[in-house]
Design a protein around this ligand. Sequence first.
Ligand SMILES: [Zn+2]
Length: 342
Amino acid sequence: MDKEQQERYRRQTAFPQIGIAGQEKLLASKAAILGVGALGSIVAERLARAGIGYLRLVDRDYVDLANLHRQTLYTETDADSQLPKAVAAAAHISAINSSVSVEPIVADISARNIETLIDGMDIVLDGSDNFELRALVGEACHKHSIPWVYGGAIGASGASMNILPSAGPCFRCIIPQIPEAGSYPTCATEGIIGMAASVVASIQSAEAIKLLIGSGDASRQYISIDLWNNAFDLVSIEKDPDCPVCGRHEYLMLEAGEPDGRVDPLCATGSYQVTPSSQVEIDIAAFADRLSAIGFVAHNPYLLRFDSGDISFNLFKDGRAVIRNARDEGEARTVYSEFIGL
Ligand SMILES: [Zn+2]
């Protein structure tokens, strides 16, 4: 460590369980944070301040006013400019700790790209908002022997667990049947208090640091919290010997790949994400110019927003669109083909 690093991390290296040796390991570590929303944005900030060497931030979404009560890394300026979360997070992190290498990636995480997104990482942190994605991450991390830290928060509650490829249980052991999107409560339907996200993200960050420095104190249990009822629990979960992932090494979600032209319901009611069937790169400025003849358009280098009567959507550079106010998937698909037509 150079003099500036010694000074910057002085209070952290004074904590004997980390010390100088632990700090040096953190400075040489690489982490991917999959989703930089409620949990991931806080994890990103905590790890950057702690001196992690390299952060890969992946997120498909943009900053919205309704994020600010819990996503402490973002500001009103980010929401006004509809900056992608990965881009806004990278900018704030560089301002907080310029020695951290940050790689922002604006993308939807799927079977198509997950293995590339975790490639070369020492650890993966879960910042996602759905079980299907976590199951996919679980398969990819097990296949590539990368530890990952599960996290989830809703209402005033949350949970975290370290998923270690060398020792069970894995995510599939904990949740054998992956619930379908729309069949379980979400932050949009149940609400969430920001403090629950902060506590879970802090647990994830502390566990990540323990795992990265090779501390034997990393948790082997499922940690759950409920801030409204002041309940803090540790639950031991057994490895399922018949588990398809850690037992039989079957990576069915990874191998299934990604269906063409997906339409996914999002957390916000009436919002659907439409993914084009092939990989494209859109000229946002040219598209904005074309759409401005038929409605209101605002754009930045990463995405545009279009509004005209009941039709409202955001279109990203990679051809994905978030269609709002749609009655169902079919209507979302129709709006996409009429106005975007890729
Ligand atoms: Zn398992």
